[in-house]
Design a protein around this ligand. Structure first.
Ligand SMILES: Cc1ncc(COP(=O)(O)O)c(C=O)c1O
Length: 372
């Protein structure tokens, strides 16, 4: 098999349903259909003819998505099965074997794996904890050259929750422009900012920009498997050719529900619900960490559904996560999944009582094993 195993995703798929407390989720506690839709909409949905629909996404949905970005129309959008399919399709549309791709790290490592699978060459530029997870732009400058086909960022970032400043975004675009490279921005956490100010999109900053988005994170609707790719119309048309091979289309029900979720009256309500959950839960997380003094180093996220922290305990992160999972039935994501031992990730988008109980379980376990 040529494709590298996507460890971060695989480890969650294997174990998330085997524990009492799964704290590996990176999004918000998902909405129920009947919380999202009113009775008329539920009835309308039950009368839907279950055809394929418009395979690159229904026109009203693509128009709605386009309206979230400056200067875009329906032809700039393709609807995909989750933003993960958008990442896959974007890479296959833009990259050739041998191309160099410079990618922000830490990151959701899907694109890294796709780049390797395609025979292209991934290189890392880092977010630095000492700089409160700001990107090391000097390192990026050193890495970008004539062979660079694409710069990949995740903004807001999984797992640090860092959001790029306008200045940092412009600097990244300038470096890409200098060598004619694409910028591929994974923006699936856009809308989940703690301060309520939606982070800017890369769309509109440069002509060679592709961004993804989707309903799995900021919108708490991962089960719809609804994502999208936005970019120049001709490249979006090319990406449709790949989409014909991967899945043909996202589901017709998901298209319709997404139209509703992104409507001007519903969208802000969903985002507000999730941001206030995040604020509440982050307080719980910070109190828990503070109670340990210097044992943990933690830079609070500016956005997203997770907390990523360094720990000073003499144990490898996979070993710690495996022990907590198998012996204590609480599941956290090991920093090893990001190539960063002595870190772990806790999802803070869960229901508050669940998060409190999960953290309490970890507290008892750490006391038992390490006396802390
Ligand atoms: C940064 C990032 N991008 C993409 C995805 C894929 O999500 P989905 O396919 O559900 O949109 C995830 C999932 O965790 C993610 O964290």
């Amino acid at each position: 098999m040529r494709i590298p195993i996507f460890e971060l995703e695989r480890v969650q798929s294997l174990y998330e349903n085997t524990v009492e407390y799964n704290l590996t989720e990176s999004g918000f506690h998902p909405l129920r259909l009947n919380e999202l839709l009113n009775p008329d909409q539920l009835r309308e949905l039950s009368e839907t003819v279950l055809g394929y629909g418009q395979t690159n996404g229904s026109i009203p949905l693509r128009e709605r998505i386009a309206s979230l970005y400056p200067g875009q129309g329906a032809d700039n959008v393709i609807v995909t099965n989750g933003s993960s399919e958008a990442n896959f399709v974007a890479c296959h549309t833009l990259l050739e074997p041998g191309d160099e791709v410079v990618m922000m790290v830490p990151n959701y490592m899907q694109i890294w794996g796709i780049v390797e699978e395609m025979g292209a060459v991934p290189r890392a530029f880092h977010l630095r904890e000492k700089d409160l997870w700001a990107p090391d732009l000097d390192e990026l400058r050193d890495l970008v050259g004539d062979r660079t086909k694409m710069i990949v960022v995740c903004n807001p970032n999984n797992p640090t929750g860092y959001t790029l400043s306008d200045e940092e975004m412009r600097a990244i675009v300038k470096l890409a422009d200098g060598v004619g490279a694409w910028v591929l921005a994974d923006e699936v956490y856009r809308g989940a900012e703690l301060d309520g100010v939606e982070s800017a999109s890369f769309v509109g900053l440069y002509d060679k920009v592709m961004v993804n988005g989707g309903l799995s994170k900021a919108y708490a609707l991962p089960g719809l498997r609804l994502g999208w790719l936005v970019g120049p119309a001709e490249v979006i048309a090319d990406s449709w050719a790949y989409h014909d091979y991967t899945s043909i289309t996202a589901g017709i029900l998901s298209n319709r529900i997404a139209e509703i979720a992104l409507s001007p009256d519903v969208r802000p309500k969903i985002l507000d619900r999730n941001r206030s959950m995040l604020r509440e839960n982050l307080k719980v997380m910070v109190e828990w960490l503070d109670s340990y003094g210097d044992l943990f180093h933690f830079v609070p996220p500016k956005a997203g559904g997770m907390a990523f922290m360094h720990y000073d305990l003499e144990i490898n992160s996979t070993e710690l996560a495996d022990w907590l999972r198998t012996e204590k039935s609480v599941f956290i994501l090991a920093g090893d999944c990001y190539g960063m031992d002595r870190y772990f990730r806790v999802g803070v988008g869960a229901e508050k009582e669940y998060l409190i109980a999960g953290l309490e379980r970890i507290r008892n376990a750490l006391r038992e094993r390490f006396g802390v």
